[in-house]
Design a protein around this ligand. Sequence first.
Ligand code: NI
Length: 185
Amino acid sequence: MTRFCGIAPRREGRLGQERYNALMSELAELLERFRRGAELVAVAATGAAGSELDWTPGPGRWSVRQILCHLADSEMVGADRLRRIIAEENPTLVAYDQDAWARNLDYTRRKVSQALEMFRRIRSENYELLKDVPEPACERIGTHSERGRVTLRDMLETYAKHAEGHAAQIRAVREQYKAERAGKA
Ligand code: NI
């Protein structure tokens, strides 16, 4: 049984063994980065409370609370997209306006604990789904309404980087918040 990650059996032919091993270890690494995303985000947000949660670095920029809500909603959309690519033939993946979602879905008032838990939980479900998908499924495709053709592997990479990028953003916003408060003191 060939797996998305982990120890894959030898596959003769099409790909050289070396190339195949490299591909599998790259996938396993991506999958591990994907899995660790929830922890990375939780650690980045640890200890944030009170006014720090709603402080924004400037107009149109997101607060820690809004970033966490975005991560939760994005992961929910991701859960749908990943399942469609695996189950359907070249499904359409509909883009969404993330700023409109932040504005109109009350990101400034949603509970941080709930957003974090929602992100953690759905990421965990997505990980469980992906880790047992047969390796050839990595090349299954969908068509994103703005970005065009995407493979399942592309999606895995996009979502792995998404959590990493926003964890870094949370750390940066908190640093700026602290620097500003220190400046005012
Ligand atoms: Ni994002």
